[in-house]
Design a protein around this ligand. Structure first.
Ligand SMILES: [Zn+2]
Length: 59
């Protein structure tokens, strides 16, 4: 199950959405900010259908 979650760019503060696949218990990926194009590192802890913890870091 996938959930849309809002994150905030740690570089410029722009809010954007990422899709988290909650069937993966612990995941880390990077997504490029639409505004400043810098890589946002996303770390999500999930259980099926629910996001337990979501963190963003500046790479
Ligand atoms: Zn940005």
């Amino acid at each position: 199950m996938e959930i849309f979650e809002s994150i905030q760019c740690p570089f410029c503060g722009q809010a954007s959405e990422v899709v988290i696949d909650t069937s993966v218990a612990n995941q880390r990926f990077t997504t490029d900010c639409e505004v400043c194009c810098r890589p946002i590192e996303v770390h999500a802890e999930c259980k099926l259908g629910e996001i337990l913890n979501l963190e963003v870091a500046s790479g």
